[in-house]
Design a protein around this ligand. Structure first.
Ligand SMILES: NCc1[nH]cc(CCC(=O)O)c1CC(=O)O
Length: 310
């Protein structure tokens, strides 16, 4: 039976709701006959303002969303792929039916004075709890001070405005989704700040037996993004990173079909950097991800990652 109504479960942050809105708009264009409804949930990651590792780290933003889907309270979940753990399979009974066309993968500096990273005075307090951003900033700008900050992007911007920190590092795509791209002082190149696995990708998750919803949303998928996501997620899966492991990387599907993957692992203080960059050639995206992860393991990445407390 074809879908008539698709109930979309969403966290209630402005970014999550904007993501759902994009899905509704794209779905309405593809299937004008299908109605959509939003089912809001709050996740433990949204409620808890402390260290994410204390929550068991990964999955803090996805657990309650998965539960609503599996319980049949909703038919579709929209996830930021970068928040979905890759070291374990998706929750049993669920599948990714599509990845939307990827947004900007870069991080941005938000600084009220409009300064760029290189011009920030020593001791400037950068609000970020991301081990990936902290390690890379320690390597490139040791004179800056990272201070922990949590909460959704809007609440972080409010904390910046309240003077709790001097600047923020946030994803360009996230700032665009909440309409705050005007606050960007500098877009950081992927060389300056290697993005997280899955950056800028929205994944559409369904129950695996719900062929009506899967059929309805699979047309929203973007083939190049699918290949990039497959390579990146396998890379992360083989590395088996934990939530305190500074891991970064991104795949790029060129217009001519060629696929490349850059992967990096850092020590938390940024003093050690392992780097791999490979082209897929005849390899599948998944095998490219595995190959890059193995290249980093040969450089000692497994020992580095397991040596970081978690
Ligand atoms: N960790 C929260 C989160 N999850 C996804 C994004 C940004 C959007 C994306 O990369 O899909 C953000 C905010 C941020 O890191 O600035």
């Amino acid at each position: 039976m074809a879908a008539e109504l698709i109930r979309i479960v969403s966290r209630s942050s402005p970014m999550a709701l904007a993501q759902v809105e994009r899905v509704r708009v794209e779905l309405a264009a593809l299937h004008p006959g299908i109605r959509t409804e939003v089912v809001p949930v709050t996740t433990s990651g949204d409620r808890w303002m402390g260290d994410l590792a204390a929550l068991g780290g990964k999955g803090a933003f996805t657990k309650e969303v998965d539960a609503a889907l599996l319980a049949g309270e909703a038919d579709l979940a929209v996830h930021c792929l970068k928040d979905v753990p890759a070291d374990r399979p998706l929750p049993a009974g669920t599948v990714f039916a599509a990845y939307l066309e990827r947004d900007d993968i870069r991080d941005a500096l938000v600084h009220p004075g409009g300064l760029t990273l290189d011009l920030l005075p020593a001791g400037t307090r950068i609000g970020t709890s991301s081990v990936r951003r902290i390690a890379q900033l320690a390597a490139s700008h040791p004179e800056l001070e990272c201070v922990p900050i949590r909460g959704n992007a809007n609440s972080r911007l409010a904390k910046l405005d309240a003077g709790e920190v001097d600047a923020l590092l946030l994803a360009v795509s996230g700032l665009e989704r909440i309409g705050q791209q005007d606050r960007i002082a500098e877009v950081l190149s992927v060389e300056a700040m290697c993005p997280p696995i899955g950056a800028g990708i929205l994944a559409l998750q369904c129950r695996e037996d719900d062929t009506a919803t899967i059929d309805a949303v699979s047309g929203l998928g973007h083939p190049g993004t699918w290949r990039e996501a497959a390579a990146e997620r396998m890379f992360l899966h083989v590395l088996q990173g934990h939530c305190n492991a500074p891991i970064a990387g991104y795949a790029k599907a060129e217009r001519d079909g060629r696929l490349s993957l850059r992967g990096r692992v850092f020590s938390p203080d940024g003093k050690r950097i392992m780097d791999a960059h490979e082209w897929a050639g005849s390899l599948s995206p998944e095998d490219l991800g595995t190959s890059c992860a193995l290249a980093l393991k040969r450089q000692g990445a497994a020992e580095l990652i397991s040596g970081i407390p978690h």
